[in-house]
Design a protein around this ligand. Structure first.
Ligand code: GRG
Length: 295
């Protein structure tokens, strides 16, 4: 796809994601303002908006002119809650997120915990109300996101990640963490978009698999950048994974094997997209760029 066409479509999807987020979530001044202010603080902190963009673009790849705004916003709510909780002192204990003080630093720990808590039911409320006119779609979306955010994937991946290298560096544990912490939410972003777009069950499954492969590649690139980039280029300290006893594919298998796996996963993801009836050149280009990023 032509670079300038990609750029303009990407910007339009980001714009749509930002507008929906502002329109569909409570104002910072809504009572209790302390809570809603903290939720808005983290939701509006920027970020790449990768999950809502994938969802909006996946819906647009199919014929149905359905509005994926509620699904896209629900995904960003779950993602943002996971970042808020991940930064808490009892987890990763990180003072910075998206270039500014993390939620518990800008507010306080209890408020940050509650802001993350409140973002979770908000996601499901958005799906239930946004797709109320199509109950089977609403139910399928709620189930999809609930499974992904739950104990076997997002929370499960975070749980198995606790303890880092010291808890045992096996490939089986690593794959569980890669899928749960990173790939599951990206996979579900593709799948929910395809569902809203009216894709067939077979095409939704291809999208889910494309998201899983590109999601694992996305995390492997992250690990590789931590090993090989310089801090100025990355905009954050490098070598942090090894220093913090983190357990990564690149740390376990080396840079060359990681690069080869990223390439294979990217090809696998694009293959799944191309196997569908959807209009997928934009998504294929996004998947390529997710693997080729340098920051
Ligand atoms: C607390 C249940 C719970 C889960 C936390 C998100 C997470 C799981 C941990 C954060 C650390 C990490 C490296 C997770 C892998 C997923 C990931 C790459 C998150 C960052 O996503 P980006 O780069 O972030 O899309 P932005 O800020 O651009 O939205």
């Amino acid at each position: 796809m032509d670079a300038s066409l990609f750029q303009s479509r990407h910007e339009a999807f980001i714009q749509q994601a930002e507008t929906s987020l502002r329109r569909l979530t409570p104002a910072a001044t809504a009572r209790p303002a302390r809570l809603h202010g903290a939720m808005r603080y983290s939701l509006e902190a920027g970020g790449k908006r990768l999950r809502p963009v994938l969802c909006l673009a996946s819906a647009a790849a199919f014929d149905a002119q359905a509005d994926a705004s509620h699904a896209a916003t629900a995904l960003e709510c779950i993602h943002t809650y996971s970042l808020i909780h991940d930064d808490l002192p009892c987890m990763d204990n990180s003072d910075l997120r998206r270039g500014r003080p993390s939620c518990h630093k800008a507010h306080d720990e209890a408020t940050a915990l509650l802001a993350g808590d409140a973002l979770q039911p908000l996601a499901f409320e958005l799906l239930a109300t946004g797709y109320a006119s199509n109950p089977s779609l609403a139910t399928a979306l709620v189930r999809e996101l609930a499974v992904t955010a739950g104990s076997t994937l997002l929370v499960g991946g975070q749980t198995e990640d606790m303890g880092g290298l010291a808890a045992g560096a096996t490939d089986d544990r690593l794959e569980f963490i890669l899928l749960g912490k990173t790939a599951a939410m990206l996979s579900t972003s593709f799948a929910m978009g395809a569902m809203v777009g009216g894709a067939s069950a077979a095409d939704v499954e291809h999208f889910r698999r494309a998201g899983r492969a590109s999601g694992i590649a996305f995390q492997l690139v992250d690990d590789l950048l931590d090993l090989t980039a310089d801090a100025a280029q990355l905009g954050k300290p490098v070598g942090a994974d090894a220093q913090n006893g983190k357990f990564t594919f690149a740390g376990l298998h080396g840079v060359e094997a990681t690069k080869q796996r990223i390439e294979a996963l990217t090809a696998e993801a694009i293959g799944h997209l191309q196997a569908t009836k959807g209009d997928t050149p934009f998504l294929a280009e996004l998947v390529r760029r997710m693997s080729a990023r340098r920051t």
